[in-house]
Design a binder for this molecule. Structure first.
Ligand code: PD2
Ligand code: ZN
Length: 292
């Protein structure tokens, strides 16, 4: 490892520079033992006691800053009832299989959330309205076409058609989150080569456009991506922080939630490039409050 140098070797006063601070946090996040980091600092000319103090102070400040990122809307968010070991959840007579669940990031994968007819119906209703996807621009609160997202998409109004209304009610029951806290369904179509680079679905509190975006319904607290077809090759939904890849299979879905708008939720995710065939998804984002 290459350690940021001390400001001087000549005087006993050594400064903990911002560069050194971010370097030691990065080492800790990469799984390095604090004593190895201190050893590397000493090899670069740091006195042992100064290196230990710097390490302790940096990590203490970093942990305190994480505590300040408060959960939105209390501690509970959208969550399926599976803590009793349920392998299948029946919603209005429709059996949905639980395939996998992970605690951090909070991810649950479902199979048979949608029927083949429902997938076909959503694609057919969306097709005439597909346009090149835009990404929310948190700098301004508006949206813009972005190279990170090379799909075509559209939004339905909540409850826009009987099919959409039925699916939205099923999702609300499955995830125990009120219907009116959900954004309208978004449909995306990826052609071969299209992808959605890794991003977070919550709105970055540091961005100037975020207060305007969250005026409507508050922060996002959960995402459900439903697969409407099975691409021939590629197109997994990926979670790079934990090396998870969810294969897109028609009718199945991946749910993930984030109780605060922060990287500690480990919900960074993306849509890997589609290698052959098309990929169609429907996304439901859930807000902290009523989304009108
Ligand atoms: O299509 C996907 O797999 C995907 C990946 C990341 C969708 C979204 N994000 C999304 O709709 O937010
Ligand atoms: Zn996303």
């Amino acid at each position: 490892m290459s350690t940021p140098q001390t400001t001087t070797h000549a005087t006993p006063v050594q400064q903990v520079t911002p560069e050194l601070r971010s370097w030691s946090i990065a080492q800790a996040q990469a799984g390095c033992q604090p004593e190895d980091v201190v050893k590397a600092m000493m090899a670069s000319g740091w006195h042992e006691d100064v290196a230990l103090d710097a390490m302790e102070q940096t990590l203490r400040n970093h942990l305190a800053s994480l505590r300040e990122v408060v959960p939105v809307g209390g501690s509970s968010g959208p969550e399926p009832r599976i803590d009793d070991g349920a392998n299948v959840i029946v919603v209005d007579g429709h059996p949905i299989k639980v395939v996998m669940s992970l605690r951090l990031p909070r991810v649950v994968i479902f199979a048979d959330l949608l029927t083949a007819e429902e997938c076909d119906g959503l694609m057919a209703q969306a097709t005439p309205r597909l346009v090149r996807s835009e990404t929310v621009d948190t700098a301004t609160g508006g949206s813009e076409v972005h190279a990170a997202r090379t799909s075509d998409g559209m939004f339905f109004e909540r409850g826009e058609t009987p099919l959409i209304d039925r699916i939205e009610r099923r999702i609300a029951t499955l995830l125990n989150w009120p219907l009116d806290h959900g954004e309208g369904l978004q449909i995306l179509r990826y052609r071969p080569g299209a992808q959605y680079k890794p991003h977070n679905d919550y709105f970055d509190p540091e961005q100037p456009g975020t207060p305007k975006i969250v005026e409507r319904g508050g922060q996002r607290v959960g995402t459900l991506v439903m697969y409407l077809n099975t691409p021939q090759q590629g197109g997994a939904t990926v979670f790079p922080d934990v090396g998870l890849e969810v294969a897109p299979v028609r009718g199945s879905a991946v749910f993930f939630s984030y109780d605060r708008p922060h990287a500690i939720t480990k919900t960074l995710h993306g849509g890997a490039p589609v290698l052959a065939g098309e990929k169609w998804v429907a996304t439901k984002w859930m807000r902290q409050g009523v989304f009108v």
